[in-house]
Design a protein around this ligand. Structure first.
Ligand code: NAI
Length: 346
């Protein structure tokens, strides 16, 4: 463990097994300097426990940075359950797993992630007091991904204001890659403010829906990154900013909610040297945790949550202004800001 390439001084890594239901899971608590660790629960049929460990070590560190840049009084952690989310055993696995979270007695709070939705989080919450973003906290039909999309939209406004001197979106063109929970809701916000949309998804029905509802222009999935637009918004998978795609990007801004958009850290510098303004992914997508997680340490009204998420516009402008002033990639500046907040608390 201590020699693992992704081990980063994690405070605690717990292996959780309950053979009565076939549970194999790992909880990683990366850093609790700013507050209790908070991060989603992923269910995925990893090929090996080693793959699951790599994922949870990286994801939990990512949550430390995301919660820090979001200005939350929360540290970073994450958990993974090694199972197929389509398994009929899912409720039993979630219930068994929740007892391990309960035993941590509030040092770690968990929520939704890939393979675990808001209704599943309600199953986790049946016997555990340390669950957030579960369905029953919200009006029926509300999905906390809408917080994420509002945050991504707010970050995009900040980036547009930074680059063009005004956040007026009417007439601006935005290319959205991926039209799922985050991409669809981003499209809705953009359409409401008069932006023109260019969209792609590997699901034809998702594309047809957006074309019909918002008058978007559809393009091929492998051409969405090189459209003649003002903003490219990756909202699907990771590693989309790489040696092949970056030279082809024609947008002045990249701002989307997909996780881990840079294939490697050096691609932050590659974007900068091409004059492309990049909003670091964990800043653009921290609206979800900003909206859902403060329940851990404070009570907020819906208006307070809304204005906190919309505040990501200013936070984004601050990060981009500092990146320009220091002549550094925004991805490095975001990391530095996240680390400074933690260092100031130590
Ligand atoms: P989703 O699964 O609802 O939507 C993803 C969409 O991308 C799907 O419609 C899928 O068909 C499409 N897609 C997959 N491969 C594609 C490709 N090669 N080209 C074009 N489209 C493709 O996922 P969601 O929730 O919208 O998440 C998107 C990204 O945002 C992920 O990286 C996720 O980790 C990240 N994220 C999501 C949060 C949330 O609250 N939902 C929070 C933070 C990050």
């Amino acid at each position: 463990m201590f020699d693992h390439p992704d081990f980063d001084g994690h405070e605690e890594v717990l292996y959780c097994t309950d053979e009565s239901v076939g549970l194999h899971a790992i909880i990683a608590i990366h850093d609790t300097t700013l507050g209790p660790a908070a991060g989603g629960c992923r269910m995925h049929p990893y090929d090996s426990a080693a793959d699951a460990l790599t994922d949870v070590l990286r994801l939990s560190k990512g949550m430390t940075y995301k919660n820090s840049i979001a200005g939350l009084e929360l540290g970073g952690g994450k958990c993974v359950i090694i199972a197929d989310p389509a398994s009929p055993q899912k409720p039993e696995l979630l219930r068994a797993f929740s007892s391990f979270v309960q035993r941590l007695n509030g040092r770690f709070w968990t929520a939704i992630d890939v393979g675990v939705g808001p209704a599943d989080a309600d199953t986790l919450a049946e016997q555990c007091d340390f669950i957030f973003a579960n369905a029953s906290r919200y009006e029926p039909g509300f999905n906390p991904s809408q917080f994420t999309a509002l945050g991504g939209f707010s970050s995009l406004l900040g980036a547009v204001a930074h680059v063009f001197g005004s956040d007026e979106l009417a007439g601006r063109r935005v290319a959205i890659q991926g039209l799922g929970a985050t991409g669809f809701n981003l499209a809705r916000h953009l359409h409401d403010t008069g932006a023109e949309l260019v969209v792609a998804d590997v699901r034809d029905d998702a594309v047809a829906d957006i074309v019909k509802q918002f008058g978007a222009t559809a393009v091929a999935a492998d051409e969405i990154h090189c459209q003649e637009v003002d903003v490219f918004a990756p909202c699907a998978m990771g590693a989309v900013l790489n040696d092949e795609t970056i030279p082809e990007i024609r947008a002045q801004i990249v701002c989307g909610m997909a996780n881990n958009q840079l294939a490697e850290d050096r691609h932050g510098e590659m974007l900068r040297s091409r004059g492309i303004t990049y909003v670091p992914d964990y800043l653009a997508n921290c609206g979800g945790v900003t909206g859902a997680a403060p329940v851990i340490y404070t009570e907020s009204t819906a208006d307070e949550i809304d204005s906190r998420i919309r505040g990501l516009r200013e936070r984004t402008m601050d990060v981009l202004a500092r990146a320009d002033a220091e002549n550094r990639p925004s991805s490095q500046v975001a990391d530095a800001i996240a680390q400074e907040r933690i260092a100031a608390k130590v």
